[in-house]
Design a protein around this ligand. Structure first.
Ligand code: ARG
Length: 589
């Protein structure tokens, strides 16, 4: 369906054209004086210069031309030359009626459907997940769902970090603890055990221990380096160990992501890209893009217009080692080959922005991605604790995702048990759902690039701009629907949405009509917070309507059925939106 605002714009544009003015002056916007009108057009102001005529004259001409249109309840020219618009109730209710009959609320798939890879999550194998990974997962998942909803072909890739120094550290630490393992025997020719020599719990203890040791023990650090090098050059035993680390870690990661409602279409990893590196580097050399600088092999990516210096992109260090950038470039080679995407969206901590600037420029300059491929970076800020510093647990450690989720759903559980008579099991399930909504909405409602404060008490509040408030609104609708279902003297068949009777109903209807606008701008601006903003306003509009309207006591049965129909549509819109944000509503709370 066309957006409501575009339908109105078509009429005003025609009005300008019919009066002999430029058609494109007729653009309509949301009113910034909702007390005066619903939409407005400021084209006459811009036309004044063009036609050397007072704007109010132009506005008057246009209003005279279009005011007979049944779409308008009121259209007026006001000083100094605005056109104020109020829509007729019938036009709006018909629009909603049509939305209600469409499968996806009448939201059109985007004209050009793209193949989009979303690179998000980005956990590092064997290292604990931290809150940055949490943000990436939450934001990336919602961009994935939204893009898919709008008709794009989307491939969500977790892009595991599995090829760095952490592997050498773990291997070396294991070697010190269990030197008898066959993985460390140079001349071992047999099969390696199928079982990993550690559990995830042990692995989680091994890495921080090894990492800490490497910072104080130079010999150990060097050994870990060598182990990494050996692994990357195909040492059989180390590869077998790496496989164990990978499998144990991935199983755990999958469990964690499942709890978060985050799913990836592919589980690619840094190591998958390694095979592409030699040819890629060779090509960059022979085509003259790569040159030596202080022993390293680099590609210059600075541009004249750079306000800040952008250093060259390093392909190989002087010892021949590859870097994070080399891997990301090779991953692009692989992605071109496997998926030929139109766009790749990286959802990563904004502190990596320079890295991606270098990688994107290098990829474009050297032609490893086609010129038309869009490489986008959605950089997010830090999640801070109430002290304003990056979030930590109470005992000061990095927060494990599991604890974070538990902390928040425990808090919700207590709250539910305090004031409600719900069975324990239902309360637990409900608390999980609300907790997830609180966590995700708490994150997504901020502009991604901004830092924000993780504040459990605020996130789980049932009032204000929070996930639970949105859920509460949906639950309220569900409960009215259930009560209505039990009525005996209701008309048969589905009711119709009728023209609004009150101002609050009209405001609610207008808000419902704008879901497509909200989703499209969230997609175009890569800004899930726009969806949050929208459902918060929609929930407010609904709750105002609810408090001002007697729904269950309404005596006019046709009117009552119309209210229920409107409620059903509000619920569908809200549920669609929270589905795109990655959470769902319980039946009661
Ligand atoms: N593993 C990286 C980290 O923990 C994030 C990966 C982001 N994606 C990428 N293609 N570099 O910082």
């Amino acid at each position: 369906m066309k957006k409501l605002i575009d339908l109105i714009t078509e009429i005003t544009e025609q009005g300008f054209a019919d009066c002999g003015y430029e058609r494109n002056l007729g653009k309509v916007t949301l009113s910034n004086r909702p007390d005066l009108c619903e939409y407005q057009c400021n084209g006459a102001m811009a036309g004044a210069k063009l036609y050397k005529k007072a704007p109010i004259m132009i506005a008057g001409d246009v209003v005279g031309q279009i005011s007979g249109n049944e779409v308008f309840e009121e259209v007026t020219a006001v000083n100094p030359g605005f056109i104020n618009i109020k829509l007729s109730g019938g036009f709006v209710s018909k629009y909603l009626e049509q939305m209600d009959n469409e499968e996806k609320l009448g939201i059109c798939p985007e004209e050009k459907q793209e193949t989009i890879i979303i690179d998000y999550g980005g956990p590092n194998v064997a290292k604990p997940l931290h809150v940055g990974h949490l943000r990436s997962a939450i934001i990336g998942e919602s961009m994935k769902r939204l893009s898919r909803f709008l008709g794009h072909k989307v491939i969500g890739d977790v892009h595991l970090g599995d090829w760095g120094l952490q592997m050498g550290l773990i291997i070396e630490e294991l070697k010190e603890r269990q030197p008898e393992l066959p993985y460390f025997k140079e001349d071992y020719k047999g099969e390696y055990p199928a079982e990993a020599p550690f559990t995830i719990g042990e692995l989680e203890e091994i890495y921080p221990a090894a990492s800490a040791k490497s910072k104080v023990d130079e010999v150990f650090a060097k050994k870990a380096h060598d182990a990494t090098f050996k692994l990357q050059n195909g040492n059989r035993g180390y590869l077998a160990l790496w496989n164990h680390i990978l499998n144990v870690s991935v199983a755990d990661l999958k469990k964690n992501y499942e709890k978060l409602g985050v799913t990836f279409d592919i589980w690619k990893k840094e190591s998958d890209a390694q095979g592409y590196i030699p040819d890629m580097v060779e090509q960059m050399k022979t085509e003259g893009f790569a040159h030596e600088s202080q022993g390293a092999l680099v590609v210059d990516v600075a541009e004249e217009t750079d306000a800040k210096e952008v250093p060259p992109c390093i392909l190989l260090k002087s010892d021949g080692a590859t870097l994070y950038s080399t891997t990301d470039l090779a991953t692009l080679v692989e992605r071109e080959k496997l998926f030929a995407p139109d766009r790749i969206l990286y959802v990563v901590d904004k502190r990596q922005s320079l890295h991606f600037t270098q990688v994107f420029r290098c990829a474009k300059k050297t032609g490893i991605v086609r010129p038309e491929v869009k490489l986008d970076f959605l950089g997010f800020g830090t999640m801070n604790g109430r002290d304003g510093k990056p979030f930590k647990t109470r005992d000061g450690g990095i927060m494990r995702l599991e604890y974070l989720i538990r902390e928040i759903s425990d808090a919700v559980y207590e709250k539910i048990m305090e004031n409600r008579s719900m069975g324990e099991d239902e309360a637990k399930e409900t608390a999980k759902m609300i907790g997830l909504a609180a966590l995700k909405y708490g994150d997504l409602s901020n502009q991604a690039a901004k830092d924000y404060i993780f504040d459990v008490d605020r996130f789980i509040s049932f009032e204000g701009d929070t996930g639970p408030y949105i859920l509460y609104t949906i639950v309220r609708i569900k409960s009215i629907q259930a009560k209505y279902e039990e009525l005996e003297d209701k008309p048969t068949g589905k009711g119709r949405i009728l023209p609004a009777l009150s101002e609050s109903e009209k405001a609610l209807q207008l808000m419902v009509s704008r879901v497509q606008d909200a989703l499209l701008s969230a997609f175009v601006e890569q800004a899930p917070h726009k969806i949050c903003q929208y459902i918060y306003e929609l929930s407010n509009a609904f709750n105002r309507f609810y408090h001002e309207t007697k729904i269950m006591a309404e005596e006019d049965k046709e009117r009552q059925a119309a209210y229920i129909c409107l409620l059903g549509l509000v619920r569908r819109v809200l549920e669609t939106c929270i589905g795109l944000l990655g959470f769902e509503a319980p039946d009661r709370m």
